[in-house]
Design a protein around this ligand. Structure first.
Ligand code: P6P
Length: 341
């Protein structure tokens, strides 16, 4: 009896990863398994998020994370889900999370592996209680040969990533992944519990008429960003000779996913409020994975001066300014930084 074609044509994440391993030989079995475990943990997180007020995990946990941000119960639960899912598999040497000050070395009771995993377990958590899309962001590095899994082992430029991705818990639950050979999106089939390939080799248009920035901070921006955004807002009457649209979801995964689907430029610049703090977003588990994905989709990602993927980190929770998305717009706003010092 033949399988109905719609089911037989579907490529699940497992099938996709095995085909990648076979075709590219760049996906070692332990990295493939690590990605599968992360994707399964994202399903669990998405399930907890979807319970909303029917679950026990809305609201704040009464604590702050290392960033000084109020932790939501779901922040802590999501962090625990990722730690518990990944600590025993034997693929990892250590993990690091937005929600933990120090790294999490794999406990001695479990075998250690060759990879380092960083993640923001629940990005955009200020949106949890108001049912706006949030997500999980992750990045995979190799642990340098012969190096103890210390914080120093994580101090690698984003160009050293071997895999990166994110999940969005929104109207659909999606898992977006790159292993350095393009960007693919998998949508969760809730009935089967499978991640199904729905968008292959995603590409970001080089041009766009849509930008994303928290405009309430405009009086604090430095001149290059002021100039760039003012020109967009002048529309057809201004030097850009066209009207632009603005979106800001305050959930990086959701803003980046929109850009991956239809183009756009996302900006979280440094500003005058905190001269000693270069922006809000963290390099290791927000900017680097998103920059890897965006570049793999033909976009660009800079800190206003250099490629984000070229930045050599100096500490685990380092922040960077972020300009990413449609290449021609990222190039323009980056050029304004070099022209206006
Ligand atoms: P603001 C969420 O807290 C986050 O880290 C990103 O997901 C998001 O892009 C940004 O901060 C939103 O920041 O200042 O607009 O609330």
């Amino acid at each position: 009896m033949s399988t109905p074609s719609s089911i037989s044509r579907r490529t699940t994440l497992t099938k996709y990863l095995i085909e990648q391993q076979r075709e590219h030989q760049n996906l070692p079995a332990d990295l493939r398994l690590l990605i599968e475990v992360i994707a399964r943990a994202c399903k669990q997180i998405g399930y907890q998020v979807s319970k909303g007020a029917l679950g026990e995990a809305l609201g704040t946990a009464g604590s702050e994370n290392v960033q000084g941000e109020v932790q939501k119960k779901l922040d802590i639960l999501s962090n625990e889900i990722l730690l518990e899912a990944n600590e025993w598999g034997g693929n990892l040497a250590a993990m690091a999370s937005e929600e933990m000050e120090k790294i999490f070395p794999i406990p001695n009771r479990y075998p250690k592996g060759n990879y380092l995993l960083t993640f923001d377990p629940l990005d955009g958590s200020s949106n949890i209680d108001v049912n706006v899309s949030i997500g999980t962001i992750f990045s995979v590095l190799r642990c340098p040969d012969g190096m103890e899994p210390s914080e120093q082992a994580f101090m690698q430029p984003g160009s050293a990533q071997v895999a990166a991705g994110y999940a969005v818990y929104g109207p659909q639950t999606v898992f977006v992944l790159t292993t350095g050979y393009g960007v693919n999106c998998f949508t969760l089939d809730r009935e089967l519990g499978s991640w199904v390939l729905t968008h292959s080799n995603m590409q970001i248009p080089a041009d766009t008429r849509e930008y994303a920035i928290n405009a309430s901070n405009s009086r604090h921006w430095y001149e290059p960003v002021q100039k760039y955004v003012n020109e967009l807002n002048e529309g057809k009457d201004g030097p850009r000779k066209d009207d632009f649209n603005m979106r800001w979801i305050a959930s990086m995964v959701a803003d980046v996913h929109r850009i991956l689907n239809r183009g756009g430029v996302f900006m979280y610049p440094a500003d005058k409020r905190t001269p000693d703090r270069p922006g809000k977003l963290r390099l290791l588990y927000e900017a680097n994975p998103m920059a890897f994905i965006v570049e793999q989709a033909g976009g660009a990602a800079t800190d206003g001066e250099q490629r984000i993927l070229d930045i050599v980190p100096t500490n685990l929770h380092q922040r960077v300014p972020v300009f990413l998305g449609s290449k021609n717009e990222v190039d323009r706003v980056t050029r304004y930084h070099s022209e206006i010092n």
